[in-house]
Design a protein around this ligand. Structure first.
Ligand SMILES: Nc1ncnc2c1ncn2[C@@H]1O[C@H](COP(=O)(O)OP(=O)(O)OP(=O)(O)O)[C@@H](O)[C@H]1O
Length: 595
């Protein structure tokens, strides 16, 4: 439960909603209790007046008594109505303060979690799946809100109402009070247990439902594979099985829910019966009036809801505590990559790896061993090697997505870890291996790094990335929506849009992580020529599988199993007639075979 203490700061922040809220709860409950007393007086008036009315049987005065009796009853009726209206008004204020407070806190908490997520490093995102990350910012926050809003509101309501009602009951008759509230604790305990079962089953259903939606989502995304392998029938069968499971769980829940309300009504009914019986005995003894029984019945029915909410609120708080625990787990996660608090600096673009080694934190895979090289401003350095040799890892380390586990990376002769990270990354154009474009229009995707859209710059970047002609051929040109809701670009087009996104930044350092793989060799040459112009005096790091992409580089690093086994220019490496030469021969042979 201590997990919920994290939320106290929000209660303090919104104290001017919470305090009036509590006040409104008290006032609304006072207006809730008063009608019961009015009803008692009215009831007693009825019994008295019937006696008086019968006494005047056969007299003219009987008519007058009847009229007085009628108008006073009407007055009581109007009074009850006014009290009910006032109660309603304060209930409205209560919700407007406390429930609104919970919505404000929900908003703040979502932002708090989301901005913390943004600070966490790539390794964190690798460790946790997207569904989990999303659940904590949506479902868990909603559960916590249930505690902040209804939870707090009904708890205060229950306490205040209990004090007021029990006090009013005890002042009438202690014996009757004890007997009539006797079934209520049983009701609270039953509701707590039934609620726990309901919640457990609901959670199971929720899990099945998210399983079902992930299943459907994945199959819709992979519909091409399903159709090409004619697996529609198989997938349909699997869907039916998953749905069947969901149905069974839902029916089990419906059964418990079906028992819930009758059990509740039974216990409330039992309280009423006891009140009337014991109350009747007390009336006969002359301890209370008939009006008191009516008053008690009203009190009991007023207590029923708080008793029910007691069980409900208890399980709600438990769930909120569990959710807050999950939220806190992430909020207390310290980012692995922290930028030192130093001023931004202009980047010249010298990159130096000094005996860099790197082991991936979660898998323990040693991706780089003792890697050393220098890339000077104005140079194009290429990295080539077999798959899994550590090329992308080098890109990730230059971007400081991870910190090295051995050796050092120097940027402009300073350790990378001592630079202002935001300013450093802002001056690098990184094109990742897996293209990712947002579901937005093309121009926004290209201008992603800028706060303001500068169309001439976007168009120039598209030209340099050799994708301009493809874009203007589309009906809406740069305003074409791409992604799930829009046009599907080809693999090569996507790669080039993501290249344009990096170029538009006019970066000091450009990193291409195998992002020309889906581009034909002629277009590739065009892009590389443009790059030569755009990146004049700046540093480019080109990671590739293809020798054709990198043969003009100033320096080629041949990576194998995390180690640089050769480095030099194309000609130098060819002369060596070792690994690079063999790779060249192999690729030449493959090209000839294709022709
Ligand atoms: N996020 C990660 N967590 C753990 N291990 C990783 C991660 N990314 C890569 N690896 C491992 O590190 C090694 C080097 O991977 P890397 O992606 O750098 O190779 P690559 O040369 O870029 O390969 P490819 O050409 O296929 O993209 C591989 O063994 C890979 O399994």
């Amino acid at each position: 439960m201590k997990e919920l203490a994290h939320l106290n700061k929000f209660f303090y922040k919104y104290r001017w909603r919470l305090i009036p809220g509590i006040l409104f709860v008290v006032i609304s409950n006072i207006f809730g209790v008063l009608p019961a007393q009015v009803i008692r007086v009215a009831f007693d008036l009825v019994t008295e007046n019937i006696g008086v009315y019968q006494l005047f049987e056969g007299f003219n005065r009987q008519e007058v008594i009847y009229d007085i009796f009628g108008s006073s009853l009407l007055l009581f009726g109007v009074l009850v109505l006014i009290l009910a209206l006032l109660r309603g008004l304060f209930l409205f204020f209560m919700r407007q303060t406390i429930i609104l407070m919970s919505r404000h806190i929900e908003y703040d908490q979502k932002n708090e979690i989301y901005s913390h997520y943004q600070r966490l490093s790539l390794a964190f995102y690798r460790r946790h799946n997207t569904g989990d990350l999303m659940n904590r910012v949506t479902e868990d926050v909603s559960r916590v809100r249930m505690y902040l809003g209804p939870g707090i509101m009904y708890s205060i309501n229950t306490v205040v109402l209990f004090i007021l009602v029990i006090y009013a009951m005890v002042t009438v008759n202690v014996r009757l009070t004890v007997f009539s509230i006797l079934p209520l604790p049983v009701l609270a305990v039953i509701i707590f247990y039934v609620n726990t079962i309901i919640e457990f089953r609901s959670e199971q259903i929720q899990k099945r439902l998210s399983g079902l939606s992930s299943f459907v989502q994945e199959n819709f995304s992979g519909i091409r594979v399903i159709k090409s392998y004619v697996r529609e029938g198989f997938v349909r069968g699997k869907f039916a099985d998953e749905s069947e499971d969901y149905k069974t769980q839902s029916m089990a829940l419906a059964k418990v829910q079906a028992m819930f309300f009758p059990a509740m009504l039974l216990l409330i009914g039992l309280s009423n019966v006891i009140t009337i019986y014991i109350g009747g005995v007390e009336v006969m003894k002359g301890n209370i009036t008939a009006g008191n029984i009516a008053e008690f019945i009203v009190y009991l029915n007023m207590l029923a809801f708080p008793v029910i909410s007691l069980g409900w609120v208890t399980s709600l708080v438990q769930r909120a505590a569990a959710s807050q625990k999950r939220i806190n787990e992430f909020l207390h996660e310290v980012p692995e990559i922290i930028s030192p608090d130093v001023p931004a600096k202009h980047l010249n673009g010298k990159i130096e790896f000094k005996n860099v080694s790197f082991v991936y934190p979660d898998t323990g895979i040693e991706a780089l061993k003792n890697v050393s090289f220098i890339a000077n401003p104005g140079e194009m350095v290429a990295i080539i090697g077999r798959t899994g040799s550590g090329k992308s890892t080098m890109g990730n380390l230059i971007m400081r997505m991870y910190d090295t586990t051995g050796g050092q990376i120097l940027i402009d002769n300073e350790p990378l870890t001592s630079l202002n990270l935001d300013s450093y990354r802002a001056q690098i154009g990184f094109v990742p291996q897996e293209v990712f474009l947002f579901s937005d229009i093309i121009s926004h995707n290209i201008a992603f790094s800028a706060d303001k859209l500068d169309m001439p710059r976007v168009e120039q970047a598209a030209r340099d990335a050799a994708v301009y002609n493809n874009i203007i051929e589309l009906d809406k040109g740069f305003d074409t929506l791409i992604g799930e809701r829009g046009v599907t670009l080809s693999g090569g087009q996507k790669q080039r849009v993501s290249i344009a996104r990096a170029i538009v930044k006019q970066p000091q350092v450009l990193i291409f992580d195998d992002c020309l793989s889906a581009v034909d060799t002629r277009t590739e040459e065009e892009i590389l020529n443009n790059l030569g112009r755009v990146m004049q005096g700046k540093t480019s790091v080109i990671i590739s599988h293809r020798i054709s992409t990198i043969k003009n580089a100033d320096k080629i690093l041949v990576l194998d199993n995390g180690e640089i086994i050769e480095q030099g220019t194309h000609n130098e490496l060819m002369d060596l007639k070792t690994a690079y030469f063999e790779l060249y021969e192999k690729q030449l042979l493959e090209e000839e075979e294709q022709i």
